[in-house]
Write a protein that binds this ligand. Structure first.
Ligand code: PGA
Length: 250
């Protein structure tokens, strides 16, 4: 009932030419995939070149960040309207790298999530604990707090356009992944929290992605878990054949 959502987070990688080459390879190798939803999130500078290439394909466009205002004196920022205009359907918000290097907190991420929904973008809101929090047994508490802070005041009818990505920070870019059982346990906690923030029926419709060193050789066992509805893929989304294998998980 929840359509799996596989998204590539290219981070601050790819020149214009590299981005175009990657998407052309993806389209060619993917063929028609209709049962899974596929998104690529390139840097802002590449979005405009990719939009016409992706039109009419099964690959949708997403951005990696945005500001909450529609326009105005916010030097260096990109608004939800700009992302809509260029063809984005999704936007990643509150990635741990934004939290760590740019000081984003749950209150800011909440404003961004509300703005994204208001302007018809689907936010992929990222949550996840750091290693010390997991080691001290506080992972669930931290993730629940991030969810409650980032998803305040979202109306139940807007909730189904939201995606949550659980990305344990210690698993990002490290080659370490949560075990499928640990990931499932956190995803179940997240769904329970989403039910508290909306209602049980709505929570059943919300996709919860796992992220953190998802690769071609571990995606199948992660996706076999009942509450894992997709993957947010960094490093492995930069190589077309790897991402295609991930999208075609079994
Ligand atoms: P990774 O990154 O797949 O390279 O670990 C995931 C992410 O940061 O979204």
């Amino acid at each position: 009932m929840r359509r799996p959502l596989l998204a590539g987070n290219w981070k601050m990688n790819t020149s214009l030419t590299e981005g175009v080459d990657l998407v052309e390879a993806l389209i060619e190798q993917l063929g028609a995939v209709t049962d899974h939803e596929i998104v690529v999130c390139p840097p802002f500078t590449v979005l405009g070149a990719l939009a016409p290439l992706l039109a009419g394909t099964s690959v949708q466009l997403g951005a990696q960040n945005m500001f909450y205002a529609a326009n105005g004196a916010y030097t260096g920022e990109i608004s939800p309207l700009m992302l809509r205009e260029i063809g984005c359907v999704y936007v990643i918000l509150g990635h741990s790298e934004r939290r760590q290097y740019f000081g984003e907190d749950d209150a800011l991420i909440n404003r961004k999530a509300l703005a994204a929904l208001e302007h018809g973008l689907r936010p992929i809101v990222c949550v996840g604990e750091v290693k010390a929090e997991r080691d001290s047994g506080r992972a669930e508490e931290v993730v629940v707090q991030q969810l409650r802070g980032s998803l305040q005041n979202i109306k139940p009818e807007q909730m189904q356009n939201l995606v949550v990505a659980y990305e344990p920070v210690w698993a990002i870019g490290t080659g370490d992944t949560a075990t499928p059982a640990d990931a499932q346990s956190m995803h179940a906690t997240i769904r329970h929290t989403l039910a508290e923030l909306s209602d049980a029926a709505t929570a059943q419709t919300i996709r919860i992605q796992y992220g953190g060193s998802v690769k071609a050789d571990n995606v199948d066992e992660l996706m076999a878990q009942p509450d894992i509805d997709g993957a947010l893929v960094g490093g492995a989304s930069l190589k077309a054949s790897d991402f295609v294998r991930i999208v075609r998980f079994q």
